[in-house]
Ligand binder design. Structure first.
Ligand code: C2E
Ligand code: CA
Ligand code: CA
Ligand code: CA
Length: 279
């Protein structure tokens, strides 16, 4: 941009240049970060509201840069999706989470936590995804039902190739969870066409618990639908004991949120599990 365009125009052009420069730089840095091993997974406990035990964990990716700064997935997953790097990054997540799930399974047997992985819309459009998952299960000798794949309604919406991929995943025997349930396009009709095991009810509905009755109505209705369809429910973003108590009363099976635990490293999850029996 040249100063001839006037001050405002110059600023605008410069801003655009900076933004696309930042985007391209981030895309290149993600590539190197994957090669240099700068990603790791944290695991957030999912609690059985009946027993209070940790029955599964959700893996959540973190990027720790060479200078020590940790970048949130909200800041880099969208870029990884746009560039397609999410396919390779997602395969790393699936393999790493499967290895961890197999390690817990070896040491804790039936009491080991199941492990959930997030799979984005772009990954679901990759016809090789079921093969990637099957390879990870085989490599780590992980029974398929120990792995849960979390998808959003929006990613599956519209059927077609994404729905075919979900069906192929379900055929492998992994559990399918609908993430952020209630915030997408197609919530209820999707339950007829898509093989679903778990509904993860979005935090926005949990936030309204113990408020006005109409605030609770959707959380109540979703629990009812899940029960009649024999789906398991996970309430997301539970931040208070009062919410947890109310969810138990409403028949929710599982809950996840800062009230129970933030996302933590795998060895910190170990400390929450009953002591492993000696081999
Ligand atoms: P998500 O799948 O809905 O994950 C839940 C997010 O809510 C996590 O944020 C978690 O730290 C946060 N959270 C959990 N409990 C609470 C709570 O009680 N209160 C509040 N305010 N927040 C809570 P995080 O780890 O920053 O991840 C953000 C999103 O990034 C995830 O949303 C998911 O869409 C995406 N993501 C994370 N890891 C991966 C991954 O490995 N692959 C893909 N494709 N996406 C990922
Ligand atoms: Ca999730
Ligand atoms: Ca299933
Ligand atoms: Ca979620």
């Amino acid at each position: 941009a040249s100063a001839a365009g006037g001050h405002r125009v110059v600023c605008y052009d410069t801003l655009l240049d900076q933004q696309s420069g930042t985007h391209a730089r981030l895309a290149a840095e993600l590539r190197h970060a994957l090669d240099d091993g700068e990603f790791h997974l944290l695991y957030q406990p999912i609690i059985d509201l009946g027993s209070g035990h940790v029955t599964s964990v959700e893996s959540l990716i973190r990027w720790q840069r060479a200078d020590g700064r940790v970048v949130s997935p909200a800041d880099f997953i969208p870029v990884a999706e746009e560039t397609g790097l999410i396919v390779e990054l997602g395969a790393w997540v699936i393999d790493t989470a499967s290895a961890q799930a197999a390690d817990w399974h070896d040491r804790h047997g039936p009491h080991a936590p199941k492990v959930a992985v997030n799979v984005s819309a772009r990954q679901l459009l990759d016809p090789a995804l079921p093969r990637t998952v099957a390879a990870a299960l085989a490599r780590h000798s992980l029974p398929p039902h120990r792995l849960t794949v979390e998808l959003t309604e929006t990613a599956v919406f519209g059927g077609g190739p994404a729905l075919a991929t979900v069906r192929a995943l379900a055929e492998l025997g992994v559990a399918i969870a609908l993430d952020d349930f209630g915030t997408g396009h197609s919530s209820l009709s999707l339950l007829r066409t898509c093989p679903v095991d778990v509904l993860k009810v979005d935090k926005s509905f949990i936030d309204g618990l113990n408020g006005a009755p109409e605030q609770e109505a959707i959380a109540v209705a979703l629990s009812g639908i899940a029960t009649s369809l024999h789906l398991r429910t996970v309430a997301e973003g539970v931040e208070t004991a009062a919410q947890a108590d109310r969810l138990r009363d409403l028949g929710y099976h599982h809950a996840q949120g800062f009230h129970f635990s933030r996302p933590i490293p795998a060895d910190a999850v170990d400390a929450l599990l009953p002591a492993a029996e000696p081999a």
